[in-house]
Every structure is written in C-alpha cells, then in structure tokens.
Write a protein that binds this ligand. Structure first.
Ligand code: SF4
Length: 499
C-alpha cells in the first residue's frame, strides 16, 4: 500500500526494505495517560515503546483543562517528539497518542491520529487501533446526510457518528456510535471530562491498563507500561468501556452484552513485542512453545537450529530445546541499516535482505539447517534466506514456520497483501517448498498454535481467537468487502451481444 514511502523503516524484527511486503504489518499502537504532570512526555515514551506497531506517523493530543493541543507528524516517534520544544507544545495532565501504519485511508498528515473534532459537548480526540469493516458504507450514509469529512481514515466515521447521535450524554452518544460500527477497535479518547478507553466486543486488538503513581495509563501493549515505569493493572476487557475523570475516578461500562472474545492470535505469533504480555500470556513464552510444538509436529534430521532474526528467535529456541538440536545464530542481523540506502539496481532484489542479514558461514557451512521464521506471506524473503544459507554452504535447509499457512487477508487493522499474492493462497505445501527452494517445509498446525497459546485445541464451534488469516473464518461481518465483491461481480457480468 505504501511501497516506496521513505518513512517505511524496518521494525526490530523485519528483514529489510523488500521484506516489508513479505510480512503482515500491525497498523497502529495507542497510548493514553490521565493525571500526570508530564503527560505528553510520558505519552511520547510510551509511543516509542510501541513503535513496532507503526512507523509511518505519530501524533499526540493533550488537554490542559481548557484547551486541546495537538502535534502530529509523518515519521517515527523520535523524529517528532524527542525535542523538548515539541513536548512543551503539549501542556496538560492528560494526553493521548498514536503510532500509525495505515490500513484504511492511506498516507497523509490529515489521517495522522489522534483525530480531533469540536463536538456540541466540547473537544473530542480519538486514537484508534484496528479497522472498521463497514466504514465505507457508514461514510457514504453520513456524507449523504451532509457530513463533511476531513480525512480518509475509517476512524473519522466514529467521530461523525458520535456528533450526529441523538442521545443526550456524550457517553450515550459514544456507545450509540460504536453500536453501528463493525470490525476491530481499541480506542483511547479524550474529552473535556476525561479519558475513555474501550475495546470492541470481540477484543480483536489488544488494550491494557496501568497505573503510574496517581496517573492512569492505557496502552496497546504491556511493554509500553514497563518502559514508562507504570504497573500493569489489567487488560481492558473485550467490549469494555473505561472512563477516567480528572479526579482519577474510574467507571466501567459493558454496553455491548457478553460475547465470546476473539483476540487476534497473530499478536502472539508476530505483532506484539516478545517482552509484552497479551491476553494473560507472555508473548515470548508462547513463541517458544510454538517452536516446541513445531518440533513435535515436524521433526527434522539436522545439525543446527537457526532463527531468522529477530522474529524467529523465540520459536527457534523452543524448537531447539524440544528437539535437542543445538541453537545457533546462523544469520547475523545488522543493526545499522539506514533507511535511505539506495539499492544498486532494481534488478538486485537480494541486496535488501543481504544488507540487513548475513549468513554466518562458520555456523552454516556443511551443516543441515532447521531454519525457523514466524510466518510466510509472499514467500519472496523466505526464498532469499534459504538461498543465503545454501550460498554459505548449508548442505540441507529445512524450513519450519511458527504459524499455519497465511492464506487469507486481514480486515481488522493489519496490512495484508491481496489474497492472490499470498503464497499459501496460491500453492499447496509441495509447491511452496519448491518455490522457496527448501529441502523440506512445514508449518505449525492450527491446533498446535492453539496449544501453544494455552488451549487444548481450537474450538471448532466457537474459536477462542480470531485466526481468520489462517482459516478464512472471519469473526465479524465484512460489509465493505462484501459490497466491493458484489460490485466487482456486477462489473464482470457477461455482456450479451446481439448477433
Ligand atoms: S485476520 Fe489474522 S491478523 Fe487479522 S485480526 Fe485475525 S488473526 Fe489477527
């Protein structure tokens, strides 16, 4: 979606510029703090810890009890908020922030969050992680009724729905608005009365709550609480809405009734930082367990287990411990890859991988390798890494993947290539093995993944997670997608020619 964007830097566990097209990408991280003297500075620090969730843009909005202040910019958090002057522009004891890599709405400053609007009830700022899967339909209806949109972001739909709701209080209008949207949302909002944090009824995207002295904090991941020195209190429950006023009083509402939650299982596989706790489980421990499950399900006769850095490391440790095959760093990652490095030529597609990762010949040469990565999306990077191992003298490369085949797109706030580009949607296992030139290829099973996350198996009648990118079973309606597909079908109806 944003190929060629100079702001597309690598996350800590990416493989280089062309790997951006070969990983699913989490789209956003949110952070909010209320009741702190230096709210904007805490918010900037928290966003920095969430940088892996979006590197395209960052924004912070603060409120000093009278006025809202906002600073939003393209690029990473440090580029926008490391200077004292930037933080000084954001006074007040409450602040909300956002890091973004866009799913819906594309690039551009007007889509950078938090989005802000003056409503009849006063100022309203919103930071959103997720994606609203009926946003286009709602937007068309709102525009027909006279709404004028400032951005192309799906999040702005929520603002307009709040603004046009006929309920008397802001809280009721907000609930009314959220009842109309479908899809995934973890929201941190600021009003003139305090902060509201809420999570969609299925809890698809994460959101946690912490405490720093008297201040209350909300963040996409626990790692942001750790980094600002806050204590983890609990996750915001699926379907829960938590209000914190300026006196620190906390009220909680569950306006959507009880639904079985479906948190995104890919947070465990790749999106969340390994030092976070998601859905009550250490992400690092789960990733190691996925590796152990892989070793049980797909053993290999090999000399060393090698992770694709950094995303494959915990699963490779788990595979090694379960199988008894030694773990070795057979690929070394450069930590000094510049973002603006110019490729020698368009044809040299290997250089993007090589300048980020290099084979450690001392480990690899003459060895049978079990190569572990978190996922295969298009397969182009996997192919290059396998080739890199063989070029360095590996006698065999057995590729093991710490997630099931990714055969479907995500419509809940993750950037996925169109389905026709997903390797698993195009090929069977043997064809994929052949495509990446591995000696063998295996993925962890969906039940193996569920076991690693702490379940006996996947509940077929009511899956415990969203796993739609592996199974194609989406937990919500996908209204906009269905409408697009219907329109496309109509466009391709055969034309009856009269002879
Ligand atoms: S489709 Fe995949 S990436 Fe998207 S929310 Fe569901 S499990 Fe997560």
């Amino acid at each position: 979606m944003n190929a060629g964007d100079p702001h597309r830097d690598e996350t800590p566990w990416d493989i280089g510029p062309d790997s951006h097209d070969d990983k699913l990408r989490e789209e956003c991280g949110v952070f909010g703090v209320i009741g702190a003297n230096d709210a904007a500075a805490i918010c900037a620090l928290g966003l920095h810890a969430l940088q892996h969730r979006g590197q395209e843009a960052a924004g912070i909005t603060s409120f000093d009890g009278h006025e809202f202040f906002s600073r939003r910019g393209l690029g990473q958090v440090a580029e926008n908020f490391s200077a004292g002057e930037a933080i000084a522009e954001l006074p007040g004891h409450v602040a909300a922030g956002h890091v973004r890599y866009s799913t819906t709405g594309g690039t551009g400053l007007r889509n950078v969050q938090p989005l802000y609007a003056d409503l009849a009830s006063g100022g309203f700022a919103i930071a959103h992680n997720g994606n609203i899967s009926n946003a286009m339909l709602l937007r068309e209806e709102l525009v027909r009724d006279g709404a004028i949109f400032q951005s192309t972001s799906d999040t702005e739909v929520i603002i307009h729905l709040v603004a046009t709701s006929r309920y008397p209080t802001l809280l009721d209008r907000f609930i009314d608005a959220l009842r109309m949207v479908e899809g995934a949302y973890s929201l941190v909002c600021m009003t003139t009365e305090g902060m509201i944090a809420c999570r969609d009824p299925l809890g698809i995207r994460p959101l946690v709550m912490g405490k720093l002295g008297d201040a209350v904090i909300f963040a996409s991941e626990t790692v942001a609480l750790d980094v600002v020195g806050a204590d983890f209190i609990r996750q915001v429950d699926p379907g829960e809405m938590i209000l914190v006023d300026f006196d620190g009083k906390i009220r909680t509402h569950r306006p959507f009734g009880k639904v079985s939650p479906r948190p995104c299982i890919f947070e465990h596989v790749y999106f969340s930082r390994p030092d976070s706790v998601f859905d009550g489980r250490s992400v690092y421990a789960v990733r190691k367990e996925i590796g152990a499950q892989l070793a049980l399900e797909a053993p290999a006769d090999a000399d060393v287990v090698v992770p694709v850095p950094d995303s494959g490391v915990p699963a490779a440790i788990g595979y090694s411990q379960q199988s008894g095959i030694p773990f070795e760093l057979g690929i070394i990652r450069s930590h000094y890859v510049g973002r603006t490095f110019i490729q020698p030529s368009d044809g040299d597609r290997h250089s993007g991988v090589k300048r980020k990762h290099n084979a450690n010949r001392a480990v690899v040469e003459g060895k049978r390798i079990v190569l572990i990565d978190d996922s295969i999306v298009r397969g182009t990077t996997s192919h290059k890494i396998v080739q890199m191992m063989k070029d360095a003298g590996a006698s065999e490369v057995h590729f093991r993947v710490a997630s099931p085949p990714t055969g479907y797109g995500c419509y809940y706030g993750v950037d996925t290539p169109e389905r026709s580009k997903l390797l698993a949607a195009r090929m069977d296992l043997e064809a994929m093995r052949d495509f990446i030139h591995a000696d063998s290829l295996a993925f962890v099973s969906i039940d193996g993944l569920y076991r690693a996350v702490g379940h006996k198996s996947r509940d077929l009648g009511c899956p415990q997670h969203c796993d739609a990118c592996f199974t194609g079973e989406y937990p919500t309606s996908l209204t906009d997608l269905s409408r697009r597909e219907m329109e496309a079908a109509q466009l391709t109806l055969p034309v009856n020619k009269v002879a």
